[in-house]
Design a protein around this ligand. Structure first.
Ligand code: FAD
Ligand code: FES
Length: 283
């Protein structure tokens, strides 16, 4: 089934608003100017877009669906988590890894180009409002959807982050996260030991959970890592949410190409997720 983008009301991209984002808006199609696009590390890039509607309405953990300029006729939209959003400036930021034709092409899109964006899409993170001590676990670019979540907690919530990467040069978000999460709560791991602890994130998650209790865990990254974090959370009877990536076509719940097996039956990652309760997922 082919779904037209006209399912979404168009949104004028030059409507900068000053009030902070509220989250929870319905997805819309928005034509967005590229403010900046460039590599941060080998095969990892950041793109900044003027996307006032998404910036104002995005909830942490949601994503956008991009139609790549000059590839419109040949390639489906590509989903990317919203890494940062500023409702005052109307800017959103995405982090992306070059893995194939679409993301390779995205690196060639320069400042001033227009990108057709649908967003914000999906179910984001839903920590309990009463949570006082939370643990975020990001592997590789899986840290991207955790940044807005880190920024969303009240200052009296103790937020820990375990951030894992293959090597020091791929820890691209360390600095921005340090605005919200400072040293004793910021736990770095690398696969090669070039920064932080020489281990996988799951070793640190286990140590932290053994040392003291958390009210909520959010994790994103390689599925094997998320599965292991979910198992540790279940062992420690801690509420845990995971963010699952699936290949997507329509992004609006119609084509059923993004199914996730859950105890409540098959669910669509694009609209029922990408964030799911870890207990719900059949791994
Ligand atoms: C909800 C969601 C959020 C995402 N957020 C980000 C993000 O913030 N940053 C980022 O770099 N990537 C993210 N992705 C993955 C990203 O969408 C894919 O890497 C991208 O679509 C690949 O396009 P391509 O044309 O370059 O690669 P293709 O040529 O289509 O595929 C190349 C390789 O990437 C794999 N791949 C393609 N699409 C997906 C997908 N949707 N999920 C998992 N693997 C895929 C393929 O299996 C293949 O191995 C997200 C995916 C989802 C579903
Ligand atoms: S991508 Fe079509 S239903 Fe999820």
């Amino acid at each position: 089934m082919v779904m037209s983008d006209m399912t979404y009301p168009a949104c004028n991209a030059d409507n900068n608003r000053m009030e902070p984002g509220l989250g929870g808006g319905q997805p819309r199609q928005e034509f967005c100017s590229v403010l900046d696009n460039g590599f941060m590390a080998e095969s990892i890039a950041k793109i900044r877009l003027l996307a006032p509607y998404v910036a104002e309405n995005c909830h942490p953990g949601q994503f956008v669906h991009l139609r790549l300029p000059n590839l419109e006729a040949h390639i489906l939209r590509r989903p990317f988590s919203v890494y940062a959003a500023d409702a005052r400036s109307g800017e959103i930021q995405l982090l992306y890894q070059t893995v194939g034709a679409g993301t390779e092409h995205l690196t060639t899109v320069g400042r001033g180009a227009q990108i057709d964006v649908i967003g914000p899409i999906g179910r984001g993170w839903q920590p309990q409002p009463s949570a006082k001590r939370v643990l975020l676990v990001g592997g590789g670019l899986g840290v991207a959807p955790l940044y807005m979540l880190a920024a969303s907690f009240r200052t009296d919530v103790e937020v820990h982050l375990v951030m894992g990467a293959q090597s020091a040069d791929r820890l691209i978000c360390r600095e921005p996260f340090s605005t919200y999460i400072t040293e004793p709560c910021l736990h770095i791991t690398t696969d090669d030991g070039s920064a932080g602890q020489h281990c996988f994130t799951t070793k640190v998650v286990k140590d932290l959970l053994d040392e003291g209790s958390f009210d909520y865990i959010a994790t994103c990254g390689p599925e094997a890592m998320q599965k292991a974090v979910a198992a540790l959370a279940a062992e420690h009877k801690t509420v845990c949410e995971v963010s699952l990536e699936r290949r997507m076509a329509c992004g609006i719940g119609a084509c059923l190409s993004c199914m996730v097996e859950t105890i409540n039956g098959p669910q669509r990652a694009c609209v029922d997720g990408p964030v799911f309760s870890a207990l719900e997922v059949i791994w």
